[in-house]
Design a protein around this ligand. Structure first.
Ligand SMILES: *Cc1c(COP(=O)(O)O)cnc(C)c1O
Length: 232
């Protein structure tokens, strides 16, 4: 408990300092506490410090964990969502960071429509071009964005990316900057507001905030290391 509270407080301070360095309002950045692989008890401890937004990347794990957590928390999905899990995922999560293909977006739109709901989320962009990463390439997104923006049950609020792993957070900065520039470009080309940028994890959230992140997804710096075979 003490650890989680102390880690959260240190991260909130760093987010605020990074925002101020860039002339941004610290309250424009929301911290998503990534609780994947960690038990409900860890969420309880984080929630006791006032943390309200939590991120999970597996539907089955979230189905088991969320009912064991305090009510009133906001659950965000951040992992790769398989189309055959959409029906289970929609009622569990209020926000989806990782809509990574047009096929997935269409499936989410269709299933949300069946229940008369709207899904809110972000389009994931593979800015760095790493083959192991999910998401639209920037050129794909330029081509497919107009149709995505017209899906009636999908509310696209912005973009998300993951930077390649590196020991040096500065290596991630060009990726974050490119995501912001792509957002600016799409926003003005299509007149579609894209206020949210989800970028930055434990190793690189400071440059992400400086480059305009409105959502940072931090796991291991809050809750401790995960088993390495269970990253997603
Ligand atoms: C696991 C995960 C995170 C959190 O990573 P940490 O390095 O533990 O902070 C953030 N975003 C996504 C998409 C993840 O899968």
């Amino acid at each position: 408990m003490d650890n989680i509270a102390a880690h959260l407080s240190a991260i909130r301070d760093k987010i605020s300092a990074s925002a101020r360095r860039a002339g941004r309002d610290p309250s424009a950045v929301r911290l998503v506490a990534v609780s994947k692989t960690h038990p409900a008890g860890a969420v309880v401890d984080a929630a006791a410090t006032g943390q309200t937004v939590f991120g999970e990347s597996r539907v089955q794990e979230a189905r088991d964990k969320i009912p064991a957590c305090p009510p009133g928390l906001e659950w965000h999905f951040i992992g790769h969502l398989q189309k055959n899990k959409v029906r289970q995922a929609l009622p569990l999560f209020s926000f989806f960071h990782s809509i990574d293909s047009t096929a997935l977006a269409e499936a989410m739109n269709r299933i949300a429509g069946e229940t008369g709901k709207k899904v809110e989320g972000l389009l994931e962009v593979n800015v760095s071009g790493e083959e192991t990463k999910h998401g639209f390439t920037p050129d794909q997104l330029r081509a497919e964005f107009p149709a995505l923006g017209r899906l009636p049950h999908l509310c696209i609020r912005g973009l998300m990316t993951m930077a390649p792993y590196s020991d040096n957070p500065e290596d991630a900065r060009p990726v974050f900057r490119a995501l912001r520039e792509l957002r600016d470009e799409l926003q003005s080309a299509h007149g579609h507001p894209l206020p949210e940028l989800s970028m930055g994890m434990s190793g690189d959230f400071e440059p992400a905030v400086e480059e305009g992140a409105t959502l940072v997804r931090v796991g291991s710096s809050i809750f401790g290391a995960r088993p390495s075979n269970n990253e997603k």
